[in-house]
Design a protein around this ligand. Sequence first.
Ligand SMILES: [Mg+2]
Length: 264
Amino acid sequence: MVFSKKGTGFFQSDGDTVVIFDMDGTLGLSLIPEEEAFRKVFELTCQEASRSCGSRVSLEKMEQFYRQAKKEHYELYPLKPRRHNKRIRLRLFLEKVQQNNGIRFASEFLDKIHDFYWKHFVARAKPYPDTHKTLEMLNRKSIVVIATNNEDEETELKMKLFGLKPGKHYRFLFSSERLGICKPAPEFLERLIQCLEEDLGQPITGKRIFVVGDDPRNDFAWAKSIGAITIRVRKDLHAEREPTCEDEKPDYTVNNISEILDII
Ligand SMILES: [Mg+2]
């Protein structure tokens, strides 16, 4: 039995089980809201192109420019935390729209679509109905960790939106910014374990490790490499996404997060 004090609360756990959660799509609805918020940005950009530049650009074209911008963004920051930074993504998107249509938006338009994006995202993203109760129960009997590809600022905002509190719902939170790398890079796992052992003050060798995620392409192969038991929460945008190889197949699949309590 391990008793330790960290942050705001006292923890009592058997110390033998570590449960590592992904955040987006796993603990709450956020990927569909993200897509919807980007769509709102495309609509606003269409209107602005027409209003201030007299240029008609279709919604389909905007989506195409966005896809190009996203690809370029990922290439600029390969598996680095900044690959998920929305301001960079939106700036690249506006550059594509401007270059391809010979138009120039006012400099403050980037701020406007950035705020617009977050306004729409915040209005739609939310935790799943059973997230709080499930994490609370698990946090009492095991070491609950949240590990996300988001940078710190976005992590903080989403944790607030999902209503997740340290001590009550989880014990450790790791962003890609702290780890310096994103999933599914193998270094993500190395640094996660290193940081976790530092914060925990003990090695995690010999403990049962569960990894819970929603995206078969990102969440399980790295987890399996350390013998973790993998659980897929079939929710949000990736609910119908299929694994492309054996390594991407989780050990368990659940439709609701509370069902993991029967497994762990
Ligand atoms: Mg996810």
